[in-house]
Design a protein around this ligand. Structure first.
Ligand code: PMP
Length: 428
């Protein structure tokens, strides 16, 4: 495959955009090489500036669950744009999508729309702090909740209960209010509550982690978190930016039958336009301005184009519950196929999957938290990534990412992918 034009465009981009990209994960830094510049996309396929075609397993990092350029969404955006792109006033469409979202997701009465997953999570913890009148939060090492200051906290030496900033620019003052816990380790969470009695406003979690590769919650972990949070009068926040409207109509809350206090959304809810949202029961949401004291706002929040796209997406998912069954079947088929070829070639690997989130870890043992995720063999991953890319299969350019399956994929695409993995396995 030739990447001539992509390489040229990357040189130009680097002159005016830091690292040539507007979001670091696009930069191919973890895998080496030049990022591919995409010209257009349709269904499950991406087409780059050099004329190469790819089967897409990134799908804009989640939103394109029904494929690229999904016609009802595209048409709704075009029709809406003709009538004006932003008013800064309420519109009827905002109520319609809110009603639909509230009807699809368990345990929420009201929802507020923002423009990204970052904003949704950032606003959710402010709301939780205002509501509980407490300041600390618990997050899990390896989980990502957007790039607002409170969440850019790494595990440090691991044993430390107070976070340290992992990005310059995050102050010590902010970092000390973020406590770090180990994913799938309930005793670790309980110890944090014990040593910070009556101080923890919220515990935020990706109910299925997708930002250290895919990591499912083990056994009763989410239910146990629910119990511990209730006992400690701490709000449980499910960051469903990846899982929402993907794992089920009602997201992870529905799939695992566990109620969160606040739920954050992004990705699918915007149908590929910039949308995030956070939602909760009435008592909590009424704490927001203009009803309550917690301030939160946005010039482009509830933007008509974004709402038109999101509304069409949610309607399609709500009216066709079979989509979730199909996604499960297609991803299970892919998983089975990958198992078959990698086992036959004696590759050391682990596959984690929940519904249409799947990842291949080149890891000796089970991958159930950040530490085990970090044990993966990155050199093997790099070869795997570039090998697949050359064969026209585009997975995320980092071992710490989940693949997102789209319903637009055909079984032919899946078979092609499995064959490509079989061939690439010879080079690993
Ligand atoms: N939460 C999770 C679970 C995410 O995966 C992401 C983005 N990948 C975010 C929050 C932040 O969303 P955004 O990039 O739209 O700000």
């Amino acid at each position: 495959m030739l990447y001539k034009r992509s390489s040229e465009l990357f040189v130009e981009a680097n002159k005016v955009i830091p690292g040539g990209v507007n979001s670091p994960v696009r930069a191919f830094k973890a895998v080496g090489g030049t990022p591919i510049f995409i010209k257009e996309a349709k269904g499950p396929y991406l087409y780059d500036e050099d004329g190469n075609k790819y089967i897409d397993y990134i799908n804009s990092w989640g939103p394109m669950i029904l494929g690229h350029a999904y016609e009802p969404v595209v048409n709704a955006v075009i029709e809406r744009a003709k009538k004006g792109t932003s008013f800064g006033t309420p519109t009827e469409l905002e109520t319609k999508i809110a009603e639909l979202a509230v009807s699809m997701v368990p345990n929420i009465d009201k929802i507020r729309f923002v423009s990204s997953g970052t904003e949704a999570c950032m606003s959710a913890i402010r709301l939780a702090r205002g509501f509980t009148k407490k300041e600390k939060i618990i997050k899990f090492s390896g989980c990502y909740h957007g790039h607002s200051d409170s969440f850019l906290i790494a595990a440090g030496s691991g044993a430390s209960t107070f976070g340290i900033p992992n990005s310059p620019g995050v102050t010590e003052g902010t970092a000390k209010d973020t406590l770090l816990a180990k994913y799938n380790d309930i005793e670790n969470v309980k110890a944090l509550f014990e040593s910070n009695k009556n101080e923890i406003a919220a515990l935020i979690i990706e109910p299925v982690a997708g930002n250290m590769g895919c990591i499912p919650p083990q056994n009763e972990f989410l239910r146990q978190l629910r119990e511990v949070c209730t006992q400690n009068k701490c709000l449980l926040i499910f960051d469903e930016v990846m899982t929402g409207f993907r794992l089920a109509k009602g997201g992870a809350q529905e799939l695992f039958n566990v109620d969160a206090d606040i739920v954050c959304f992004g990705k699918v809810i915007g149908g590929g336009l910039p949308v995030g949202a956070f939602a909760a029961r009435e008592e909590i949401m009424n704490y927001l301005s203009p009803l309550g004291p917690v301030y939160q706002a946005g010039t482009l929040s509830g933007n008509p184009l974004a709402m038109a796209a999101g509304y069409e997406m949610l309607k399609a998912l709500n009216n066709n519950a079979i989509i979730f069954d199909r996604l499960e079947e297609k991803t299970a088929y892919l998983e089975k196929g990958i198992h078959k070829v990698l086992t036959a070639k004696n590759i050391v690997y682990t596959i984690n999957r929940v519904g249409s989130m799947i990842s291949v870890h080149f890891d000796k043992g089970a991958v159930y938290d950040f530490e085990t995720a970090k044990n993966g063999d990155n050199d093997t991953f790099k070869k795997f990534f570039h090998g697949l890319l050359r064969k026209g299969v585009y997975i995320a350019p980092s071992a710490y990412e989940t693949w997102f399956i789209t319903d637009a994929l055909t079984y032919e695409d899946l078979d092609y992918t499995i064959r490509a993995i079989d061939e690439v396995a010879d080079e690993l």
